[in-house]
Design a protein around this ligand. Structure first.
Ligand SMILES: C[S@@+](CC[C@H](N)C(=O)[O-])C[C@H]1O[C@@H](n2cnc3c(N)ncnc32)[C@H](O)[C@@H]1O
Length: 243
């Protein structure tokens, strides 16, 4: 394989959920890049892919601070794009590991946009991964969408009023919801689900695919802050025609 960058979806959680293409791309790489939230941190995607990384491969941790401010985030995306493009220009085969799917609320998408803008001649390809929503649905045998239903995957709304509005809209439109970035919002999300009688059928999924995975009806999870790697699947009804 010639020099170039491959954005590789890994996990989420379980290294067995990498595609054959992902494992092959990692095996063929000279440089394995991965996001870290802090200098020296292990990196979630790198931890997931670690069984497939060989000691002789160069590791390139890229810092993406988890901050709200626009400027530090922009700088991090540009710096990452510069370093990846430089490695490719030096003739290296490079992979950037991304947790879950590379195109869904993913660091890989920002890096891709920065590369297109600042290093348009850098060859880039993407290998899709399994999204946390798909992994959670499969682990819990939770049908994601059937027949005329829609599936809306998005961050958990920022306020109780916005969540109420979304739930009402989803019920009218027959949308199943996959709510990401649940974490600290769970403390006020739970009472809203309870008031709407949704706690038993909503699926709470935390750290899916990791040894400490927590998966089950939302009713079983206390109304307190939860880790960032938590999500909710909310189905408010079923199609009329079912087995
Ligand atoms: C920035 S998004 C990344 C989404 C990822 N690219 C995907 O395809 O699933 C991070 C959010 O995804 C969800 N998430 C990612 N991995 C997860 C896991 N293993 N278990 C539960 N939720 C997860 C959480 O809601 C978390 O806040």
């Amino acid at each position: 394989m010639g020099p170039g960058l491959t954005l590789v979806g890994v996990g989420p959680g379980d290294p067995e959920l990498l595609t054959v293409a992902a494992v092959r791309a990692i095996a063929a790489a000279d440089v394995v890049a991965y996001p870290v939230a802090r200098e020296g941190a292990a990196g979630m995607a790198a931890t997931i892919a670690s069984p497939w990384i060989r000691p002789e491969q160069s590791l390139l941790p890229l810092l993406f601070p988890m901050v709200a401010g626009a400027e530090p985030r922009r700088q991090a995306w540009l710096a990452a794009a510069d370093r990846l493009a430089a490695a490719v220009a030096a003739g290296r085969v490079v992979v950037l590991l991304c947790e879950g799917d590379v195109s869904l609320f993913a660091t890989g998408s920002y890096v891709l946009l920065a590369l297109k803008q600042h290093h348009p001649s850098c060859p880039v390809r993407l290998l899709p991964g399994i999204s946390a929503v798909a992994a959670a649905a499969a682990a819990a045998a939770f049908p994601l969408a059937l027949q005329q239903e829609g599936l809306l995957i998005r961050p958990t709304p920022e306020s109780p009023a916005a969540l109420e509005e979304l739930l009402a809209l989803a019920a009218r439109q027959q949308w199943v919801l996959g709510l990401l970035k649940l974490g600290h919002r769970w403390a006020w999300v739970r009472p809203i689900l309870e008031a709407r009688g949704l706690l038993d059928q909503a699926l709470f999924a935390q750290r899916v695919g990791w040894p400490d995975q927590l998966l089950g009806p939302a009713a079983a999870v206390a109304a307190e802050e939860q880790p960032y790697f938590s999500l909710l699947l909310v189905r408010q009804g079923w199609p009329a025609v079912l087995p």
